[in-house]
Ligand binder design. Sequence first.
Ligand SMILES: NC(=O)c1ccc[n+]([C@@H]2O[C@H](COP(=O)([O-])OP(=O)(O)OC[C@H]3O[C@@H](n4cnc5c(N)ncnc54)[C@H](OP(=O)(O)O)[C@@H]3O)[C@@H](O)[C@H]2O)c1
Length: 226
Amino acid sequence: MAGLAALRSLRAAGLSSGKRVLVTGASGGVGRFAVQLAAHAGAHVIASVGSAGRREGPAKAGAAEVLIGLANLDQLVDIVIDNVGGPQLVEAWSTLAPGGSLQSVGWTSGQPAAFPAYSTIGPAKSLTSFVNEREFAADLAILVQLVAEGALRAEIGWHGSWEDVAEATKALRGRQVNGKAVLDIDTHGRRHAEPKERAAMLRAPIHLTGFTCTYLLRLADVSAAE
Ligand SMILES: NC(=O)c1ccc[n+]([C@@H]2O[C@H](COP(=O)([O-])OP(=O)(O)OC[C@H]3O[C@@H](n4cnc5c(N)ncnc54)[C@H](OP(=O)(O)O)[C@@H]3O)[C@@H](O)[C@H]2O)c1
């Protein structure tokens, strides 16, 4: 889901070689994919992270510049992939060039965005809401192909059992995870459950209140559950 959000929001924004692309929350799951995909397309990628300790991932992913926040961004950008929302979205909007596109993908800050008076008046540029729509197969195939070619890395910053979901959530909320959290569903440990219960368990979506639900679930022993 993170890779799809990155790919599709960049496409919606009109990504092409040479464009200046700002990715906020660049150290996170969506951000890392967005940095890699934009750099792979030949864009000049500016990654914004929250602290010095979070710089390394986006730099390795191909960002030409890695900034802490947006205060030192001195040139306008053509595209913004915003994962943070709140005051950073407002700041990102002010850095968007005429004709540019800001894609509002996520809102990890949880803060409201207050636009200064008249900041939306001027040469046309757009702020567009984004959501991953269904029909994933074709775009997933593109991502898998890029991974197979070595052009895209799916970074896993936390890996454990889904029974440790609280630990994973704490690490994500604490901005400690470099990439995605992967939760293994191990049905071996659930053999006491009735087959019907195990099957329902595997179908059930995992919702983490107020947080991203884009977890890769490795379904171990699915056939046993079915
Ligand atoms: N629209 C869609 O279809 C779609 C699809 C997938 C995901 N999303 C959304 O996109 C967002 C990013 O998802 P993700 O999987 O990349 O999440 P993530 O891995 O948790 O990364 C989010 C990044 O946001 C930054 N961040 C966290 N709290 C922050 C705060 N209070 N202020 C400023 N920055 C903060 C962190 O970077 P630093 O630690 O460097 O600050 C973190 O790396 C989420 O809101 C998610 O729900 C939307």
